[in-house]
Design a protein. Structure first.
Length: 121
């Protein structure tokens, strides 16, 4: 009994190889993103506005006083978007996840931003 391999054209082999490479890159990127968000560190929050705000990180709410700040130690990533609610009820949504090593800032004008936290040299 003889067995034969299915025949392929040269273009099919190249296409399969490129598809495998693409899948490997996608999986590697997902693993790196998951690993980065799984790291425990600290999340910084500052509020330069004249009013207190509540920062909603999933099921956890953190109150930050006017011209105040907070550091959440041993934090990984938010389970989704982060919502900042001002005393007047205005809601600002930061697309999540927001992770340790980032800094949520509420400006004096109430504008909310997130960026990489600054590190002391």
């Amino acid at each position: 009994m003889t067995t034969t391999r299915p025949t392929t054209t040269p273009g099919t082999t190249a296409h399969r190889t490129a598809a495998r490479r693409g899948a490997a890159v996608a999986v590697t990127g997902l693993v790196l993103l998951t690993a980065a968000c799984g790291e425990s560190g600290q999340l910084e929050i500052t509020n330069s506005s004249p009013h207190a705000v509540t920062v909603q990180l999933g099921d956890d709410d953190t109150e930050v006083s006017s011209s105040g700040g907070a550091i959440i130690h041993e934090y990984g990533c938010s389970p989704g978007d982060v919502v900042v609610v001002s005393a007047s009820g205005q809601r600002s949504v930061l697309p999540g996840p927001v992770c340790s090593g980032e800094h949520i800032r509420v400006g004096s004008d109430g504008r909310v931003t997130v960026s990489a936290a600054e590190r002391d040299g």
